[in-house]
Design a binder for this molecule. Structure first.
Ligand SMILES: [Zn+2]
Length: 86
């Protein structure tokens, strides 16, 4: 099944319009007390989850937005995101 991605600006579109930006890893580490090993792990090490993971996508052939989605890596299907509690 072809990958479809829901852009927050343009709506549901064909996955070929997007560029994968990697796993969502949380905020960038603080530079204070950051050593090369910790930086290398943040940049290069991935969880490679077999299941649902949050990941970054760029709408390269559309509006130019960066955003995150939840995707099941075993089925390539986007999962509905639950809104964060306020
Ligand atoms: Zn878009």
């Amino acid at each position: 099944m072809a990958l479809t991605i829901t852009c927050p600006v343009c709506g549901k579109r064909n996955g070929y319009e997007f560029k994968y930006g990697g796993e969502e890893k949380g905020p960038r580490p603080e530079e204070k007390d950051l050593n090369p090993q910790a930086w290398c792990e943040y940049v290069h090490m991935n969880k490679c989850v077999a299941g649902v993971q949050e990941e970054w996508w760029f709408h390269k052939d559309g509006c130019g937005s960066w955003f995150t989605i939840l995707r099941d890596t075993t089925t390539n299907l986007e999962q509905e995101k639950k809104e964060a509690k306020k």
